[in-house]
Design a protein around this ligand. Structure first.
Ligand code: ZN
Length: 232
């Protein structure tokens, strides 16, 4: 008796697809709606946006171009509009190097000259819709010191705290260098961090660097989001 019963059960057992379909059908619509609205992120007081190094030299055609770096501009503009509509603060970091910066190859660094202070390459991407009130944070502005992080050698943390910021939305260039290190420092400073995965691009000197950077910051506590995750 045991054997035939087992066979009947196996034949009747739905596959994974059937399972999912029947589960969806049985799920009350109101409950599904509730779960979805819970996952949306509502922008609120205490939130700030940081646009990391969206500068001409990091865009295609620039001195240190990030592949598809220009794609972050329209992506960030959507977030900038959402922050602007709620009068929430915006910060923009930038490399602001002297001609003889230590990160340049001529000085023994690993990068070609880029983002030299007050040159066109150091300007923000022309299409980036930064509000007039955006706080610009210049970093690595002396020959001796480099910093991938917007927090390195700047007053960014103090300015964020002074503005009552608790939660940071961070996007820009590049995923595997300045975004990575800015996010890590933001977490270490005690801020909640949402990584704007649709508004970052990687250099990928070694294939997979960008993906590894994203995995690393997620493991440290940054939450990956896309624009669609924001509540309208
Ligand atoms: Zn630099």
């Amino acid at each position: 008796m045991t054997c035939p019963l087992t066979i009947i059960k196996l034949e009747a057992a739905p596959g994974p697809d059937n399972c999912a379909r029947s589960a969806r059908i049985r799920f009350p619509f109101a409950v599904v709606r509730h779960m979805n609205s819970n996952t949306l992120i509502r922008l609120q007081s205490g939130d700030a946006l940081i646009a990391v190094d969206v500068q001409i030299d990091f865009l295609p055609g620039g001195q240190l171009a990030v592949p598809q770096g220009d794609a972050v501009v329209p992506a960030l503009n959507r977030y900038l509009a959402a922050f602007g509509a709620r009068a929430l603060p915006v910060f923009a970091t930038r490399d602001w190097h002297p001609q003889n910066h230590c990160s340049f190859k001529a000085q023994g660094g690993i990068w070609p000259p880029h983002c030299v202070a007050a040159t066109r390459g150091a300007e923000f991407a022309p299409g980036l819709a930064l509000p007039a009130a955006a706080v610009v944070v210049s970093k690595a502005a002396t020959a001796e010191a480099d910093s991938y992080s917007g927090f390195g050698g700047t007053d960014l943390a103090a300015r964020l705290r002074a503005a009552g910021v608790k939660r940071l939305f961070i996007g820009g260039l590049a995923t595997d260098y300045c975004v990575l290190n800015t996010v890590k420092d933001a977490l270490a400073e005690g801020f909640d961090v949402l990584l704007l995965t649709d508004a970052i691009r990687a250099v990928d000197v070694n294939p997979g660097d960008g993906a590894r950077a994203q995995a690393e910051v997620q493991q440290l506590g940054a939450r990956p989001i896309r624009y669609e995750d924001l509540a309208p």
